[in-house]
Write a protein that binds this ligand. Structure first.
Ligand SMILES: Cc1ncc(COP(=O)(O)O)c(C=O)c1O
Length: 433
């Protein structure tokens, strides 16, 4: 990059020419003729639903093969898949389940759906994943499971987490909603917990409209999760339906058209992930050279699929004495004016959301007020300082309609150039309120 030329340019916030040309961004999801044919085949076949309908079964087989697990159950959301895993783990009223304070809400609400209590652990400031060094202090006699989240597509430190889980006899459920195809020690995520879940929500690297995938190597967990999927009944495709529920169950079935669409997309998942990695690595290489900008960190023992590409800022490195969130907001404005797609994703740690402040839950304070739970839990976002810091000093490059995994390499070059321009003129940016 020619820094001299960039430096001479007037910032777009001050009326200069914006760096990034319009109409370069690619909209997600990419829908091909093959995808359309896959959905049309469903309509031509005339089978559009059913627990063992051909596309649902096909998706389960294809995804189990992709991840390398024995079993997969396709459902109508990642949240449903997570609830099924928590139920299959035997979690119930009065139990505690540990998860990360930095995730999408569902990582915690799926615990509430099973009448159990979410216990949050702060993050590692470099990987943004649950900090294994802070898990043990949160374990009590009531702890039943740990849900590490592979946030933004980067695997959590599963060896350290599994070691703790074994010591305390806890079930591990990987929340891989954002991490299809990411690897840890050379193996795909989904192979490290007792169970794992993925989301097919259209913002994900593997889009299916809506949907979720539950995977495991355990026949027992598979069976229990399947009962939660369908009314608490034991349904066997070879036998007639008995109409008898053995346990609490829901209707988490998915349908043939989204299943066929997801199967078709799965064929291109590795291609999108490779594109994401190329884009992310290029941006990281260039952003690392800019003072005050901290690109995402990827430890050597794992790969990320950059479901989200998060950048942190450090104004003190530039000698700027300003509240970091204010600095971040000004940088975002300047980058947006240059044509860079930068957005927020989450604004408070999960325990800072109103649901956890009010603790009304199902009403009358359940499950926190459940007679099986004798503890008084207070959720204070300030107990998760690394998550708070991250949310104050960072933003995500590429928004959900235009994610990094489907963008052209050319766009990344313009984005890197725009960052350079904004930081070459940072005094003007911070003076430009
Ligand atoms: C980390 C995480 N967990 C769980 C979910 C829930 O998935 P879904 O939206 O498919 O219910 C999501 C997706 O939004 C997520 O990002």
């Amino acid at each position: 990059m020619n820094r001299k030329i960039v430096k001479d340019k007037k910032l777009a916030i001050h009326g200069g020419k914006k760096t990034v040309p319009d109409n370069l961004k690619v909209k997600w999801p990419i829908i091909t003729e093959e995808d359309k044919k896959a959905v049309m085949r469903v309509l031509d076949r005339g089978i559009i639903w059913g627990p063992y309908a051909p596309e649902v079964v096909g998706l389960q087989e294809d995804f189990a093969k992709y991840v390398g697990t024995k079993y997969c159950i396709a459902v109508n959301s990642g949240t449903a898949a997570l609830h099924m895993a928590i139920a299959a783990a035997g979690v119930g009223p009065g139990d505690e389940v540990i998860t990360s304070s930095f995730s999408f809400l569902s990582s915690a609400t799926a615990i509430l759906h099973q009448n159990a209590i979410p216990i949050f652990v702060d993050i590692d400031p470099r990987t943004f994943n649950i900090d294994p060094g802070k898990i043990e202090e949160k374990i009590t006699k009531k702890t039943k499971a740990i849900i590490p989240v592979h946030i933004h597509g980067l695997p959590a430190d599963m060896n350290r987490i599994n070691k703790i889980a074994r010591k305390y006899n806890l079930v591990v459920i990987e929340d891989a909603a954002q991490a299809h195809g990411a690897t840890y020690h050379g193996k795909k995520v989904g192979n490290f917990g007792d169970m794992a879940i993925f989301s097919l929500n259209t913002t994900k690297n593997l889009p299916g409209g809506e949907g979720g995938l539950f995977v495991t190597n355990s026949k027992e967990y598979r069976g229990k999760a399947n009962m939660t999927r369908m009314f608490g009944e034991i349904l066997n495709p070879e036998e007639g339906r008995k109409y008898n529920a053995y346990t609490m169950g829901w209707n988490y079935r998915t349908q043939e058209m989204p299943a066929a669409f997801a199967r078709s997309q799965l064929k291109r998942l590795d291609e999108y992930n490779a594109n994401s990695q190329r884009n992310g690595e290029y941006l990281s290489k260039h952003l690392a050279e800019i003072k005050g900008v901290i690109p995402p960190y990827v430890p050597e023992d794992r790969t990320t699929v950059y479901h989200k590409y998060r950048v942190r800022l450090n104004p003190s490195e530039l000698g700027i004495d300003m509240e970091v969130s204010k600095f971040r907001d000004l940088v975002m404005k300047a980058l947006q004016a240059e044509g860079v797609d930068v957005v927020f994703w989450q604004t408070v740690p999960i325990p800072g959301q109103t649901l956890f402040k009010l603790k009304e839950g199902y009403g009358r304070g359940c499950p926190w007020s459940c007679p099986y739970y004798h503890q008084e839990i207070k959720y204070d976002p300030n107990d998760y300082p690394e998550t708070v810091k991250l949310l104050n000093d960072s933003f995500v490059v590429c928004s959900e309609p235009y994610p990094i995994y489907c963008q052209r390499f050319e766009l990344m070059k313009y984005y890197a150039e725009a960052f350079q321009k904004v930081f070459d003129n940072i005094e003007e940016v911070v003076g430009a309120e």
